[in-house]
Design a protein around this ligand. Structure first.
Ligand code: TRP
Length: 328
């Protein structure tokens, strides 16, 4: 059976971009498909390279877990766990660290971008792709749904798998394939890619007031209520089109073209539709967030199952490394 695996960093409550791009399609795959066995984990170790405060990561982990569960992830059908609960992954990452060429890793574009922006970066950030390769190869996952920004990381994982397979045993690692998620490039309230760091997110799991404020901050041109508007270039219309049904989108489009319909009214329509569309998920999310022991229990159960597979795999890899004569 082919395995699907995806990780999501615990950098905060998932916003609309994460939900449409990652959570909804992955929940669909994990719940409906009989073809894959699915591994969905919260990449809290990866988050440590970005967020220094461990308590924040812990709380973010609960939020991520609550979001996946609120969108209906069936935990009987998949392995849902916290990365740091399965420590074998860091041991495997170490083996990979010990042979992967430093020079090649320093060419990774995420690293180059960070070093250009920040100057000072951690070793953890440098070896980020190696830990990610270990996440994937530890479980022999073949199908990896990711955004475009992660494609190079999957290439690195494939390269590591190939290398070890050639040196040790051609069946040791399954070569992972990236599946490019279509909707990962969702624009935010300012028309740039929706991202926490840009502060342009629509946070469907925030309070009504915060959500409304975010929607009210969507950038528009300065056309008056009476003027005709272009539905093709407006960000309110863009966001509405991502979630509303076709007939509602058509009605709003006509209002834009006809004129006499203000951006304020459009924003209210978007706000109300979001509240309506995600009302059940919001309710479940807030309820899960009040039951942290339950979230701990669910993640511990997932970790227990994941650990069993991970330990078995790691033992097999260890044996090869200890008892074979291998020159890296
Ligand atoms: N780096 C991924 C991201 O930022 C998260 C991640 C960590 C991941 N390990 C993974 C994704 C393994 C897929 C497979 O989005």
């Amino acid at each position: 059976m082919e395995k699907m695996l995806t990780g999501i960093r615990s950098t905060g409550t998932p916003h609309l971009g994460n939900i449409l791009g990652v959570i909804i399609p992955s929940v669909f795959r994990a719940n409906k498909s009989t073809k894959y066995s699915s591994f969905i984990f919260i990449a809290d170790l990866h988050s440590m390279v970005q967020i220094e405060n461990i308590r924040t990561i812990k709380n973010n982990t609960y939020q991520i877990a609550a979001a996946w569960l609120a969108f209906g992830l069936n935990i009987d059908n998949c392995l849902f766990f916290r990365q740091s609960d399965v420590s074998s992954v860091t041991e495997l990452a170490w083996y990979f660290n010990c042979f992967y060429p430093y020079q090649r890793l320093s060419l990774a574009h995420a690293f180059k971008k960070e070093i250009k922006n920040k100057g000072k970066i951690s070793v953890g950030l440098f070896t980020y792709p190696i830990l990610m390769a270990a996440d994937i190869l530890l479980y022999n996952a073949k199908i990896i749904p990711v955004g475009k920004d992660q494609l190079q990381h999957i290439e690195i994982a494939r390269c590591i798998a190939n290398y070890f397979n050639k040196k040790i045993d051609k069946k040791l690692f399954v070569l992972p394939n990236a599946i490019l998620q279509k909707n990962t490039f969702i624009l935010g309230t300012d028309g740039k890619k929706m991202s926490k760091s840009q502060k342009n997110c629509i946070d469907i799991f925030s309070s009504d007031e915060v959500l409304k404020k975010q929607i009210m901050s969507i950038r528009t041109d300065s056309k008056s209520v009476e003027e005709k508007k272009n539905p093709e270039t407006d960000y309110i219309m863009y966001l509405y089109s991502l979630i509303a049904p076709l007939d509602k989108i058509e009605i709003m489009k006509k209002r834009y073209i006809r004129g006499g319909y203000g951006y304020y009214e459009a924003k209210i329509a978007l706000y109300e539709y979001i509240i309506h569309k995600f009302s059940s998920e919001r309710k479940k999310f807030f309820s899960f967030m009040k039951k942290k022991p339950l979230l701990d229990h669910i993640l511990a159960l997932g970790a227990k199952r994941a650990k069993r597979i991970a330990n078995e795999r790691l033992n097999c890899i260890r044996k090869h490394l200890r008892y074979n004569s291998i020159n890296f």
